[in-house]
Design a protein around this ligand. Structure first.
Ligand code: F6R
Length: 604
Protein backbone atom coordinates (compact mmCIF):
# COMPACT_ATOMS: atom_id res chain seq x y z
CA UNK A 1 0.00 0.00 0.00
CA UNK A 2 1.36 3.34 -1.11
CA UNK A 3 3.98 3.38 -3.82
CA UNK A 4 7.20 5.26 -3.30
CA UNK A 5 10.10 6.18 -5.55
CA UNK A 6 13.37 8.08 -5.16
CA UNK A 7 15.94 9.15 -7.75
CA UNK A 8 19.28 10.89 -7.99
CA UNK A 9 20.97 11.01 -11.39
CA UNK A 10 21.32 12.76 -14.70
CA UNK A 11 17.67 13.03 -15.78
CA UNK A 12 14.94 15.48 -14.81
CA UNK A 13 13.79 14.01 -11.50
CA UNK A 14 10.16 15.10 -11.96
CA UNK A 15 9.89 13.03 -15.16
CA UNK A 16 11.48 9.95 -13.61
CA UNK A 17 9.32 10.21 -10.51
CA UNK A 18 6.03 10.69 -12.33
CA UNK A 19 6.72 7.88 -14.80
CA UNK A 20 7.68 5.61 -11.91
CA UNK A 21 4.56 6.58 -9.94
CA UNK A 22 2.41 5.60 -12.90
CA UNK A 23 3.84 2.10 -12.59
CA UNK A 24 3.27 2.10 -8.83
CA UNK A 25 -0.23 3.54 -8.95
CA UNK A 26 -1.78 0.12 -8.35
CA UNK A 27 -0.46 0.38 -4.77
CA UNK A 28 -2.79 3.29 -4.00
CA UNK A 29 -4.39 6.18 -5.82
CA UNK A 30 -5.94 8.44 -3.19
CA UNK A 31 -3.35 11.16 -3.81
CA UNK A 32 0.08 11.59 -5.34
CA UNK A 33 2.99 13.96 -4.89
CA UNK A 34 6.63 14.60 -5.65
CA UNK A 35 9.42 16.71 -4.16
CA UNK A 36 12.47 17.74 -6.19
CA UNK A 37 15.67 19.38 -5.06
CA UNK A 38 15.97 22.36 -7.38
CA UNK A 39 18.12 25.50 -7.42
CA UNK A 40 15.32 27.23 -5.51
CA UNK A 41 15.43 24.57 -2.78
CA UNK A 42 13.09 21.63 -2.29
CA UNK A 43 9.90 22.08 -4.28
CA UNK A 44 6.90 19.85 -4.03
CA UNK A 45 3.60 19.35 -5.79
CA UNK A 46 0.74 17.21 -4.51
CA UNK A 47 -2.70 16.38 -5.84
CA UNK A 48 -5.72 14.47 -4.62
CA UNK A 49 -6.53 11.58 -6.92
CA UNK A 50 -4.29 9.48 -9.06
CA UNK A 51 -1.02 10.30 -10.83
CA UNK A 52 -3.02 11.78 -13.72
CA UNK A 53 -4.22 14.54 -11.37
CA UNK A 54 -0.62 15.17 -10.29
CA UNK A 55 0.47 15.40 -13.92
CA UNK A 56 -2.19 18.02 -14.57
CA UNK A 57 -0.88 20.12 -11.70
CA UNK A 58 2.68 19.73 -12.85
CA UNK A 59 1.75 21.37 -16.14
CA UNK A 60 1.34 24.63 -14.21
CA UNK A 61 4.52 24.32 -12.18
CA UNK A 62 7.74 23.34 -13.92
CA UNK A 63 10.89 22.93 -11.88
CA UNK A 64 14.25 21.48 -12.69
CA UNK A 65 16.38 19.22 -10.57
CA UNK A 66 17.84 15.76 -10.83
CA UNK A 67 17.13 14.43 -7.34
CA UNK A 68 13.77 13.82 -5.76
CA UNK A 69 11.14 11.59 -4.19
CA UNK A 70 7.58 10.65 -5.19
CA UNK A 71 4.61 8.96 -3.55
CA UNK A 72 1.22 7.56 -4.50
CA UNK A 73 -0.99 7.13 -1.45
CA UNK A 74 -3.50 4.67 -0.08
CA UNK A 75 -4.87 6.57 2.91
CA UNK A 76 -4.43 4.93 6.30
CA UNK A 77 -3.85 7.66 8.82
CA UNK A 78 -5.72 10.86 7.95
CA UNK A 79 -8.30 11.29 5.22
CA UNK A 80 -7.86 11.73 1.51
CA UNK A 81 -6.76 15.36 1.12
CA UNK A 82 -3.96 17.40 -0.32
CA UNK A 83 -2.47 18.23 3.09
CA UNK A 84 -2.31 14.54 3.92
CA UNK A 85 -0.66 13.71 0.60
CA UNK A 86 3.08 12.95 0.66
CA UNK A 87 5.83 14.21 0.55
CA UNK A 88 5.65 15.65 4.06
CA UNK A 89 7.99 18.36 5.12
CA UNK A 90 9.12 19.36 8.60
CA UNK A 91 12.05 21.72 9.18
CA UNK A 92 14.94 20.52 7.06
CA UNK A 93 13.31 17.18 6.31
CA UNK A 94 11.15 16.20 3.35
CA UNK A 95 10.10 12.57 3.20
CA UNK A 96 7.74 9.96 1.83
CA UNK A 97 6.53 6.94 3.76
CA UNK A 98 4.86 3.62 3.14
CA UNK A 99 3.64 1.91 6.30
CA UNK A 100 2.20 2.85 9.67
CA UNK A 101 3.97 4.47 12.62
CA UNK A 102 2.33 2.89 15.64
CA UNK A 103 3.88 5.09 18.35
CA UNK A 104 3.14 8.40 16.61
CA UNK A 105 1.26 9.69 19.71
CA UNK A 106 4.20 9.04 22.04
CA UNK A 107 6.59 10.66 19.55
CA UNK A 108 4.37 13.71 19.32
CA UNK A 109 4.11 13.95 23.11
CA UNK A 110 7.86 13.68 23.53
CA UNK A 111 9.09 15.80 20.62
CA UNK A 112 6.12 17.93 19.54
CA UNK A 113 6.09 20.61 22.25
CA UNK A 114 5.55 24.01 20.65
CA UNK A 115 5.27 22.55 17.14
CA UNK A 116 2.32 22.66 14.81
CA UNK A 117 1.32 20.00 12.32
CA UNK A 118 -0.41 20.72 9.04
CA UNK A 119 -1.66 17.22 8.31
CA UNK A 120 -3.43 14.45 10.22
CA UNK A 121 -0.79 11.87 9.30
CA UNK A 122 1.60 9.74 11.32
CA UNK A 123 4.13 10.48 8.55
CA UNK A 124 4.36 14.16 9.38
CA UNK A 125 5.15 13.22 12.99
CA UNK A 126 7.92 10.95 11.68
CA UNK A 127 9.26 13.93 9.68
CA UNK A 128 9.18 15.98 12.87
CA UNK A 129 11.16 13.28 14.66
CA UNK A 130 13.83 13.12 11.92
CA UNK A 131 14.08 16.91 11.99
CA UNK A 132 14.38 17.02 15.77
CA UNK A 133 17.19 14.47 15.70
CA UNK A 134 19.02 15.99 12.74
CA UNK A 135 22.33 17.65 13.44
CA UNK A 136 23.89 17.65 10.02
CA UNK A 137 24.57 13.90 9.85
CA UNK A 138 21.80 12.06 7.98
CA UNK A 139 22.99 8.52 8.75
CA UNK A 140 23.23 9.27 12.48
CA UNK A 141 19.77 10.82 12.41
CA UNK A 142 18.27 7.79 10.70
CA UNK A 143 19.93 5.39 13.14
CA UNK A 144 18.51 7.30 16.12
CA UNK A 145 15.09 7.60 14.50
CA UNK A 146 14.73 3.88 13.76
CA UNK A 147 15.55 3.10 17.38
CA UNK A 148 12.49 5.19 18.32
CA UNK A 149 10.02 4.45 15.52
CA UNK A 150 7.63 1.52 15.98
CA UNK A 151 5.52 0.01 13.23
CA UNK A 152 6.24 -0.60 9.59
CA UNK A 153 7.92 1.83 7.26
CA UNK A 154 9.78 2.48 4.08
CA UNK A 155 11.12 6.04 4.07
CA UNK A 156 12.86 8.05 1.38
CA UNK A 157 14.24 11.24 2.85
CA UNK A 158 15.84 14.35 1.42
CA UNK A 159 17.56 16.91 3.61
CA UNK A 160 17.27 20.62 2.82
CA UNK A 161 21.02 21.24 3.25
CA UNK A 162 22.27 18.10 1.47
CA UNK A 163 21.73 18.38 -2.28
CA UNK A 164 21.29 15.48 -4.68
CA UNK A 165 21.17 12.65 -2.15
CA UNK A 166 18.20 10.49 -1.14
CA UNK A 167 18.45 8.45 2.07
CA UNK A 168 16.27 5.39 2.57
CA UNK A 169 15.47 2.93 5.32
CA UNK A 170 12.78 0.34 5.76
CA UNK A 171 11.16 -2.07 8.18
CA UNK A 172 8.64 -4.60 6.80
CA UNK A 173 7.39 -2.30 3.98
CA UNK A 174 9.22 -3.13 0.76
CA UNK A 175 11.92 -1.15 -1.05
CA UNK A 176 14.04 -2.22 -4.00
CA UNK A 177 16.93 -0.27 -5.49
CA UNK A 178 19.04 -0.25 -8.61
CA UNK A 179 21.88 1.51 -10.30
CA UNK A 180 21.66 2.31 -14.02
CA UNK A 181 23.51 4.59 -16.40
CA UNK A 182 20.89 7.32 -15.79
CA UNK A 183 21.44 7.31 -12.01
CA UNK A 184 20.42 5.65 -8.75
CA UNK A 185 16.86 4.51 -8.12
CA UNK A 186 14.75 3.23 -5.26
CA UNK A 187 11.09 2.18 -5.35
CA UNK A 188 8.47 0.05 -3.64
CA UNK A 189 8.52 -2.33 -6.55
CA UNK A 190 10.78 -3.22 -9.45
CA UNK A 191 8.10 -2.28 -12.01
CA UNK A 192 9.04 1.37 -11.44
CA UNK A 193 12.70 0.67 -12.27
CA UNK A 194 12.33 -1.69 -15.18
CA UNK A 195 12.56 1.10 -17.78
CA UNK A 196 16.18 1.60 -16.67
CA UNK A 197 17.42 -1.83 -15.63
CA UNK A 198 16.41 -5.43 -14.98
CA UNK A 199 19.00 -5.86 -12.20
CA UNK A 200 18.07 -4.71 -8.74
CA UNK A 201 18.27 -5.61 -5.09
CA UNK A 202 15.95 -5.68 -2.12
CA UNK A 203 16.97 -3.22 0.57
CA UNK A 204 17.66 -5.31 3.68
CA UNK A 205 15.94 -4.17 6.88
CA UNK A 206 18.11 -2.24 9.36
CA UNK A 207 20.21 -0.90 6.51
CA UNK A 208 20.54 2.65 5.27
CA UNK A 209 20.58 3.14 1.51
CA UNK A 210 22.25 6.24 0.13
CA UNK A 211 21.38 7.24 -3.44
CA UNK A 212 23.77 9.62 -5.16
CA UNK A 213 23.93 10.76 -8.78
CA UNK A 214 26.89 8.56 -9.66
CA UNK A 215 26.69 5.78 -7.08
CA UNK A 216 24.63 4.14 -4.41
CA UNK A 217 25.67 2.31 -1.27
CA UNK A 218 24.30 0.50 1.73
CA UNK A 219 25.43 0.49 5.31
CA UNK A 220 24.13 -1.26 8.38
CA UNK A 221 23.21 0.52 11.59
CA UNK A 222 26.79 0.10 12.87
CA UNK A 223 28.13 1.92 9.82
CA UNK A 224 29.49 -1.20 8.05
CA UNK A 225 29.27 -1.30 4.27
CA UNK A 226 26.76 -3.94 3.07
CA UNK A 227 27.02 -5.67 -0.31
CA UNK A 228 23.61 -5.88 -1.98
CA UNK A 229 22.37 -9.27 -3.13
CA UNK A 230 21.52 -8.67 -6.78
CA UNK A 231 18.38 -10.06 -8.42
CA UNK A 232 17.34 -10.11 -12.06
CA UNK A 233 13.85 -9.91 -13.53
CA UNK A 234 13.32 -11.78 -16.75
CA UNK A 235 10.54 -9.54 -18.03
CA UNK A 236 10.83 -6.08 -19.50
CA UNK A 237 8.83 -2.85 -19.75
CA UNK A 238 6.31 -4.30 -22.20
CA UNK A 239 5.19 -6.85 -19.60
CA UNK A 240 4.13 -3.99 -17.31
CA UNK A 241 2.21 -2.06 -19.99
CA UNK A 242 -1.29 -2.46 -21.35
CA UNK A 243 -0.05 -3.33 -24.85
CA UNK A 244 -3.20 -2.26 -26.63
CA UNK A 245 -5.69 -3.66 -24.12
CA UNK A 246 -8.09 -1.13 -22.56
CA UNK A 247 -7.25 -2.30 -19.03
CA UNK A 248 -4.50 -4.22 -17.29
CA UNK A 249 -7.08 -6.66 -15.95
CA UNK A 250 -8.20 -7.91 -19.36
CA UNK A 251 -4.61 -8.05 -20.54
CA UNK A 252 -3.71 -10.15 -17.52
CA UNK A 253 -6.74 -12.42 -18.04
CA UNK A 254 -5.44 -13.05 -21.56
CA UNK A 255 -1.92 -13.76 -20.33
CA UNK A 256 -2.98 -16.75 -18.27
CA UNK A 257 -2.10 -19.58 -20.63
CA UNK A 258 1.44 -18.25 -20.91
CA UNK A 259 1.71 -17.62 -17.17
CA UNK A 260 0.59 -21.18 -16.54
CA UNK A 261 3.12 -22.59 -18.96
CA UNK A 262 5.89 -20.52 -17.37
CA UNK A 263 4.88 -21.77 -13.94
CA UNK A 264 4.38 -25.43 -14.81
CA UNK A 265 7.07 -26.30 -17.36
CA UNK A 266 10.21 -25.53 -15.32
CA UNK A 267 8.93 -27.95 -12.65
CA UNK A 268 8.40 -30.88 -15.00
CA UNK A 269 11.04 -33.54 -15.44
CA UNK A 270 10.22 -36.83 -17.20
CA UNK A 271 6.55 -35.82 -17.15
CA UNK A 272 6.61 -35.65 -13.35
CA UNK A 273 6.58 -32.58 -11.06
CA UNK A 274 10.02 -32.07 -9.65
CA UNK A 275 11.19 -29.34 -7.28
CA UNK A 276 14.92 -30.11 -7.29
CA UNK A 277 15.74 -26.80 -8.96
CA UNK A 278 14.17 -24.88 -6.10
CA UNK A 279 15.71 -27.19 -3.55
CA UNK A 280 12.43 -28.34 -2.09
CA UNK A 281 13.26 -31.83 -0.84
CA UNK A 282 10.69 -34.64 -0.76
CA UNK A 283 11.67 -35.20 2.87
CA UNK A 284 9.59 -32.19 3.95
CA UNK A 285 6.46 -33.91 2.69
CA UNK A 286 7.15 -37.14 4.52
CA UNK A 287 7.15 -36.48 8.27
CA UNK A 288 4.21 -34.08 8.41
CA UNK A 289 0.82 -34.82 9.94
CA UNK A 290 -1.09 -31.73 8.84
CA UNK A 291 -0.95 -28.85 6.40
CA UNK A 292 -2.09 -25.28 7.00
CA UNK A 293 -2.56 -23.01 4.02
CA UNK A 294 -2.45 -19.37 5.08
CA UNK A 295 -3.21 -16.39 2.84
CA UNK A 296 -5.55 -13.46 2.22
CA UNK A 297 -8.25 -12.73 -0.33
CA UNK A 298 -7.81 -14.31 -3.72
CA UNK A 299 -4.65 -16.13 -2.63
CA UNK A 300 -6.68 -17.70 0.18
CA UNK A 301 -9.29 -18.79 -2.36
CA UNK A 302 -6.53 -20.55 -4.29
CA UNK A 303 -5.67 -22.21 -0.96
CA UNK A 304 -9.27 -23.44 -0.68
CA UNK A 305 -8.84 -25.23 -4.01
CA UNK A 306 -5.53 -26.61 -2.71
CA UNK A 307 -7.23 -28.04 0.37
CA UNK A 308 -9.70 -30.04 -1.71
CA UNK A 309 -6.92 -31.35 -3.95
CA UNK A 310 -4.52 -32.25 -1.16
CA UNK A 311 -7.09 -33.91 1.06
CA UNK A 312 -8.46 -35.91 -1.86
CA UNK A 313 -5.14 -37.04 -3.26
CA UNK A 314 -2.74 -37.09 -0.29
CA UNK A 315 -5.25 -37.87 2.48
CA UNK A 316 -3.70 -35.48 4.95
CA UNK A 317 -5.70 -32.93 6.98
CA UNK A 318 -5.47 -29.46 5.47
CA UNK A 319 -6.74 -26.27 7.10
CA UNK A 320 -7.15 -23.07 5.11
CA UNK A 321 -6.62 -20.05 7.30
CA UNK A 322 -7.30 -16.36 6.80
CA UNK A 323 -3.93 -14.84 7.65
CA UNK A 324 -5.31 -11.91 9.64
CA UNK A 325 -7.09 -14.42 11.90
CA UNK A 326 -4.42 -17.09 12.02
CA UNK A 327 -1.77 -14.72 13.35
CA UNK A 328 -3.80 -13.92 16.48
CA UNK A 329 -5.26 -17.38 17.20
CA UNK A 330 -2.34 -19.24 18.77
CA UNK A 331 -2.72 -21.98 16.13
CA UNK A 332 -1.94 -25.60 16.93
CA UNK A 333 1.09 -26.15 14.73
CA UNK A 334 4.51 -27.67 15.30
CA UNK A 335 7.48 -29.21 13.50
CA UNK A 336 5.15 -31.79 11.94
CA UNK A 337 3.07 -29.08 10.25
CA UNK A 338 3.71 -27.87 6.75
CA UNK A 339 2.54 -24.26 6.52
CA UNK A 340 2.00 -23.15 2.93
CA UNK A 341 1.70 -19.37 2.63
CA UNK A 342 0.39 -18.01 -0.65
CA UNK A 343 0.90 -14.45 -1.81
CA UNK A 344 1.16 -12.73 -5.18
CA UNK A 345 3.03 -9.73 -3.82
CA UNK A 346 4.98 -11.56 -1.14
CA UNK A 347 4.47 -8.49 1.06
CA UNK A 348 0.97 -8.86 2.52
CA UNK A 349 1.47 -7.95 6.15
CA UNK A 350 -0.87 -10.54 7.69
CA UNK A 351 0.51 -13.35 5.55
CA UNK A 352 4.03 -12.31 6.48
CA UNK A 353 3.16 -12.20 10.19
CA UNK A 354 1.58 -15.66 9.88
CA UNK A 355 4.72 -16.97 8.24
CA UNK A 356 6.83 -15.57 11.07
CA UNK A 357 4.48 -17.10 13.63
CA UNK A 358 4.66 -20.49 11.89
CA UNK A 359 8.45 -20.33 11.92
CA UNK A 360 8.51 -19.42 15.59
CA UNK A 361 6.48 -22.57 16.25
CA UNK A 362 8.99 -24.63 14.24
CA UNK A 363 6.59 -25.50 11.43
CA UNK A 364 8.07 -26.18 7.98
CA UNK A 365 7.21 -23.21 5.80
CA UNK A 366 6.77 -23.13 2.05
CA UNK A 367 5.75 -19.99 0.20
CA UNK A 368 3.97 -19.81 -3.15
CA UNK A 369 4.89 -16.29 -4.25
CA UNK A 370 4.92 -14.33 -7.48
CA UNK A 371 7.25 -11.44 -6.70
CA UNK A 372 10.88 -12.45 -6.72
CA UNK A 373 12.89 -11.42 -3.68
CA UNK A 374 9.80 -10.30 -1.76
CA UNK A 375 9.87 -10.51 2.03
CA UNK A 376 7.71 -13.64 2.24
CA UNK A 377 9.85 -15.37 -0.39
CA UNK A 378 13.03 -14.49 1.46
CA UNK A 379 11.82 -15.46 4.90
CA UNK A 380 10.15 -18.80 4.22
CA UNK A 381 12.11 -22.06 4.39
CA UNK A 382 11.19 -22.99 0.82
CA UNK A 383 9.79 -21.00 -2.10
CA UNK A 384 7.85 -22.10 -5.10
CA UNK A 385 7.74 -19.06 -7.35
CA UNK A 386 4.80 -18.62 -9.67
CA UNK A 387 5.89 -17.02 -12.92
CA UNK A 388 2.90 -14.88 -13.77
CA UNK A 389 5.01 -11.82 -14.53
CA UNK A 390 3.96 -8.45 -13.15
CA UNK A 391 0.31 -8.23 -12.14
CA UNK A 392 -0.75 -4.58 -12.19
CA UNK A 393 -4.57 -4.63 -12.04
CA UNK A 394 -5.74 -4.52 -8.46
CA UNK A 395 -8.05 -7.48 -9.07
CA UNK A 396 -5.88 -10.56 -9.16
CA UNK A 397 -6.40 -12.89 -12.13
CA UNK A 398 -3.33 -14.59 -13.60
CA UNK A 399 -1.69 -14.76 -10.17
CA UNK A 400 -4.66 -16.81 -8.94
CA UNK A 401 -4.61 -19.41 -11.69
CA UNK A 402 -0.87 -19.93 -11.38
CA UNK A 403 -1.25 -20.33 -7.62
CA UNK A 404 -3.73 -23.11 -8.37
CA UNK A 405 -1.27 -24.64 -10.84
CA UNK A 406 1.47 -24.56 -8.19
CA UNK A 407 -0.88 -26.28 -5.73
CA UNK A 408 -1.73 -28.93 -8.34
CA UNK A 409 2.00 -29.59 -8.84
CA UNK A 410 2.56 -29.81 -5.10
CA UNK A 411 -0.40 -32.18 -4.74
CA UNK A 412 0.97 -34.40 -7.51
CA UNK A 413 4.43 -34.53 -5.96
CA UNK A 414 3.06 -35.20 -2.49
CA UNK A 415 0.69 -37.88 -3.75
CA UNK A 416 3.66 -39.57 -5.40
CA UNK A 417 6.05 -39.18 -2.45
CA UNK A 418 3.46 -40.44 0.04
CA UNK A 419 2.73 -43.47 -2.14
CA UNK A 420 -0.91 -42.44 -2.59
CA UNK A 421 -0.53 -42.32 -6.40
CA UNK A 422 1.86 -44.29 -8.56
CA UNK A 423 4.04 -42.81 -11.25
CA UNK A 424 1.61 -43.59 -14.09
CA UNK A 425 -1.21 -41.74 -12.34
CA UNK A 426 1.01 -38.71 -11.82
CA UNK A 427 2.08 -38.72 -15.45
CA UNK A 428 -1.59 -38.82 -16.43
CA UNK A 429 -2.20 -35.89 -14.06
CA UNK A 430 0.38 -33.92 -15.96
CA UNK A 431 -1.44 -34.58 -19.23
CA UNK A 432 -4.65 -33.36 -17.60
CA UNK A 433 -2.95 -30.25 -16.26
CA UNK A 434 -1.83 -29.46 -19.81
CA UNK A 435 -5.43 -29.87 -20.96
CA UNK A 436 -6.58 -27.50 -18.20
CA UNK A 437 -4.02 -24.98 -19.39
CA UNK A 438 -5.22 -25.31 -23.00
CA UNK A 439 -8.80 -24.92 -21.81
CA UNK A 440 -7.94 -21.33 -20.88
CA UNK A 441 -8.14 -20.51 -24.59
CA UNK A 442 -11.57 -22.14 -24.81
CA UNK A 443 -12.80 -19.99 -21.91
CA UNK A 444 -11.27 -16.90 -23.50
CA UNK A 445 -13.11 -17.69 -26.73
CA UNK A 446 -16.34 -17.04 -24.81
CA UNK A 447 -15.37 -13.42 -24.18
CA UNK A 448 -17.95 -11.91 -26.58
CA UNK A 449 -20.71 -14.14 -25.22
CA UNK A 450 -19.86 -13.09 -21.65
CA UNK A 451 -19.64 -9.44 -22.66
CA UNK A 452 -23.17 -9.74 -23.99
CA UNK A 453 -24.68 -11.66 -21.10
CA UNK A 454 -23.19 -9.42 -18.41
CA UNK A 455 -25.44 -6.64 -19.70
CA UNK A 456 -28.15 -8.22 -17.58
CA UNK A 457 -25.99 -7.99 -14.45
CA UNK A 458 -25.06 -4.36 -14.70
CA UNK A 459 -28.29 -3.02 -13.12
CA UNK A 460 -28.44 -5.62 -10.34
CA UNK A 461 -27.76 -4.84 -6.70
CA UNK A 462 -27.28 -8.30 -5.23
CA UNK A 463 -25.92 -11.46 -6.67
CA UNK A 464 -25.06 -14.95 -5.45
CA UNK A 465 -22.48 -17.52 -6.42
CA UNK A 466 -23.12 -21.12 -5.44
CA UNK A 467 -21.08 -24.28 -5.77
CA UNK A 468 -19.93 -27.39 -3.95
CA UNK A 469 -16.40 -28.56 -3.13
CA UNK A 470 -13.93 -27.01 -5.54
CA UNK A 471 -16.79 -25.05 -7.07
CA UNK A 472 -17.53 -23.48 -3.69
CA UNK A 473 -13.90 -22.29 -3.59
CA UNK A 474 -14.39 -20.92 -7.11
CA UNK A 475 -17.63 -19.25 -6.00
CA UNK A 476 -15.69 -17.37 -3.30
CA UNK A 477 -13.23 -16.19 -5.92
CA UNK A 478 -15.93 -15.29 -8.47
CA UNK A 479 -17.72 -13.29 -5.81
CA UNK A 480 -14.73 -11.29 -4.57
CA UNK A 481 -13.73 -10.51 -8.16
CA UNK A 482 -17.17 -9.27 -9.07
CA UNK A 483 -17.77 -7.17 -5.98
CA UNK A 484 -14.36 -5.55 -5.84
CA UNK A 485 -14.56 -4.12 -9.34
CA UNK A 486 -18.32 -3.80 -10.03
CA UNK A 487 -19.44 -2.71 -6.53
CA UNK A 488 -22.40 -5.08 -6.80
CA UNK A 489 -23.07 -6.78 -3.51
CA UNK A 490 -22.38 -10.45 -3.90
CA UNK A 491 -22.09 -13.53 -1.72
CA UNK A 492 -20.60 -16.94 -2.26
CA UNK A 493 -22.46 -19.86 -0.75
CA UNK A 494 -21.86 -23.54 -0.45
CA UNK A 495 -24.87 -24.62 -2.50
CA UNK A 496 -26.23 -26.97 0.15
CA UNK A 497 -25.99 -24.31 2.84
CA UNK A 498 -28.20 -21.79 1.07
CA UNK A 499 -31.44 -23.10 2.49
CA UNK A 500 -30.19 -22.64 6.04
CA UNK A 501 -31.06 -18.96 5.88
CA UNK A 502 -29.81 -17.14 2.84
CA UNK A 503 -32.33 -18.53 0.36
CA UNK A 504 -34.75 -15.96 1.82
CA UNK A 505 -32.85 -13.38 -0.24
CA UNK A 506 -33.52 -15.17 -3.52
CA UNK A 507 -36.45 -13.43 -5.17
CA UNK A 508 -37.60 -12.81 -8.73
CA UNK A 509 -34.70 -11.81 -10.95
CA UNK A 510 -31.88 -12.12 -8.38
CA UNK A 511 -28.89 -13.47 -10.30
CA UNK A 512 -27.35 -16.73 -9.11
CA UNK A 513 -24.15 -17.87 -10.76
CA UNK A 514 -24.29 -21.60 -10.24
CA UNK A 515 -20.98 -23.40 -10.73
CA UNK A 516 -21.61 -27.09 -11.34
CA UNK A 517 -18.43 -28.48 -12.84
CA UNK A 518 -17.89 -31.24 -10.29
CA UNK A 519 -19.16 -34.55 -11.54
CA UNK A 520 -19.07 -36.06 -8.05
CA UNK A 521 -21.74 -33.64 -6.73
CA UNK A 522 -23.44 -32.70 -9.98
CA UNK A 523 -26.85 -34.17 -9.13
CA UNK A 524 -26.85 -32.37 -5.77
CA UNK A 525 -25.99 -29.10 -7.47
CA UNK A 526 -28.83 -29.48 -9.94
CA UNK A 527 -31.27 -29.91 -7.02
CA UNK A 528 -29.93 -26.72 -5.42
CA UNK A 529 -30.28 -24.86 -8.70
CA UNK A 530 -33.89 -26.01 -9.01
CA UNK A 531 -34.51 -24.60 -5.53
CA UNK A 532 -33.33 -21.11 -6.51
CA UNK A 533 -35.02 -21.28 -9.90
CA UNK A 534 -38.29 -22.11 -8.18
CA UNK A 535 -37.94 -18.81 -6.32
CA UNK A 536 -37.40 -16.78 -9.49
CA UNK A 537 -33.58 -16.59 -9.58
CA UNK A 538 -31.93 -15.63 -12.83
CA UNK A 539 -29.46 -18.48 -13.22
CA UNK A 540 -26.16 -18.35 -15.04
CA UNK A 541 -25.02 -21.94 -15.04
CA UNK A 542 -21.46 -23.17 -15.55
CA UNK A 543 -20.93 -26.86 -16.27
CA UNK A 544 -18.58 -29.12 -18.14
CA UNK A 545 -19.37 -29.70 -21.80
CA UNK A 546 -21.50 -32.70 -22.65
CA UNK A 547 -23.46 -32.95 -19.41
CA UNK A 548 -27.20 -33.21 -19.67
CA UNK A 549 -28.89 -30.02 -18.49
CA UNK A 550 -32.59 -29.26 -18.60
CA UNK A 551 -33.00 -25.83 -20.23
CA UNK A 552 -35.68 -24.88 -17.70
CA UNK A 553 -33.13 -24.61 -14.88
CA UNK A 554 -31.03 -21.82 -16.33
CA UNK A 555 -31.23 -18.54 -18.22
CA UNK A 556 -27.65 -18.67 -19.51
CA UNK A 557 -25.33 -21.60 -19.81
CA UNK A 558 -21.54 -21.46 -20.06
CA UNK A 559 -19.34 -24.48 -20.36
CA UNK A 560 -15.77 -25.56 -19.85
CA UNK A 561 -14.22 -28.57 -21.62
CA UNK A 562 -14.70 -32.01 -20.14
CA UNK A 563 -12.06 -32.63 -17.44
CA UNK A 564 -11.78 -34.68 -14.25
CA UNK A 565 -13.05 -32.74 -11.22
CA UNK A 566 -9.60 -31.67 -9.93
CA UNK A 567 -8.69 -29.95 -13.18
CA UNK A 568 -11.73 -27.73 -13.71
CA UNK A 569 -10.77 -24.67 -11.59
CA UNK A 570 -8.45 -23.01 -14.11
CA UNK A 571 -10.87 -22.72 -17.07
CA UNK A 572 -13.76 -21.96 -14.69
CA UNK A 573 -11.78 -19.14 -13.07
CA UNK A 574 -11.27 -17.52 -16.47
CA UNK A 575 -15.05 -17.44 -17.09
CA UNK A 576 -15.62 -15.86 -13.68
CA UNK A 577 -12.92 -13.26 -14.28
CA UNK A 578 -14.54 -12.30 -17.60
CA UNK A 579 -17.94 -12.01 -15.90
CA UNK A 580 -16.49 -9.64 -13.28
CA UNK A 581 -14.51 -7.66 -15.84
CA UNK A 582 -17.37 -7.01 -18.28
CA UNK A 583 -19.87 -6.26 -15.52
CA UNK A 584 -17.50 -3.53 -14.30
CA UNK A 585 -16.93 -2.26 -17.85
CA UNK A 586 -20.70 -2.08 -18.49
CA UNK A 587 -21.11 -0.07 -15.30
CA UNK A 588 -18.48 2.36 -16.55
CA UNK A 589 -16.16 1.86 -13.58
CA UNK A 590 -12.42 2.15 -13.19
CA UNK A 591 -11.66 -1.55 -13.58
CA UNK A 592 -7.98 -1.44 -12.73
CA UNK A 593 -8.29 0.93 -9.80
CA UNK A 594 -11.43 0.08 -7.81
CA UNK A 595 -12.31 2.47 -5.02
CA UNK A 596 -10.75 2.05 -1.57
CA UNK A 597 -8.48 -0.79 -2.67
CA UNK A 598 -4.78 -1.19 -3.27
CA UNK A 599 -2.86 -4.07 -4.72
CA UNK A 600 -0.41 -4.78 -1.99
CA UNK A 601 -1.83 -4.74 1.54
CA UNK A 602 1.14 -3.88 3.71
CA UNK A 603 -0.84 -2.53 6.66
CA UNK A 604 -3.08 -4.40 9.10
C1 F6R B 1 -8.38 -9.66 -4.99
C2 F6R B 1 -7.00 -9.50 -4.56
C3 F6R B 1 -6.69 -9.59 -3.11
C4 F6R B 1 -5.33 -10.27 -2.89
C5 F6R B 1 -4.97 -10.23 -1.40
C6 F6R B 1 -3.66 -10.96 -1.12
O1 F6R B 1 -8.48 -9.59 -6.39
O2 F6R B 1 -6.13 -9.27 -5.35
O3 F6R B 1 -7.70 -10.25 -2.43
O4 F6R B 1 -5.40 -11.58 -3.34
O5 F6R B 1 -4.84 -8.90 -0.99
O6 F6R B 1 -2.61 -10.38 -1.82
P1 F6R B 1 -1.26 -11.16 -2.03
O7 F6R B 1 -1.54 -12.32 -2.90
O8 F6R B 1 -0.34 -10.17 -2.67
O9 F6R B 1 -0.80 -11.59 -0.67
Amino acid sequence: MCGIIGFSGSLEAADVLVTGLEQLEYRGYDSAGIAVQSKQGIQSVKAVGNVGALKEKLKEKVFHGSCGIGHTRWATHGGVSEVNAHPHQFGKITLIHNGIIENYKEIWEEYGAGKTLVSQTDTEIAALLFDKLYQGKPEETIKKAVSILEGSYAFCIIFEDIPDIVYCVRKVSPLVAARAKEGSFVASDVTALIAYTQDYFVLPEETILVLKQDTLYLEDLDGNQVEPEMLHVNWDTTAAQKNGYPHYMIKEIHEQAEALRNTILPRIKDNMPNFEAEQIPDSIFKGIDQIKIVACGTAMHAGMVGKVLLEKRVRIPVGVEIASEFRYQNPIINEKTLVIVISQSGETIDTLASLRLAKSKKAITLAIVNVKGSTIARESDYVLYTHAGPEIAVASTKAYTVQIAALVLLTMRMAYVSGMSDIEVIKKDYELLKLAEEAVHISLAKEEEIKELTNILKEKEDLFFIGRGIDYALSCEGSIKLKEISYIHSEAYAAGELKHGTISLITEGVPVIAIATQESVYAKMISNIREVRARGALVILITQEGVEVEPSIYNYHLTIPKLPDEFTPIPTAVLLQLIAYYTSVHRGLNVDQPRNLAKSVTVE
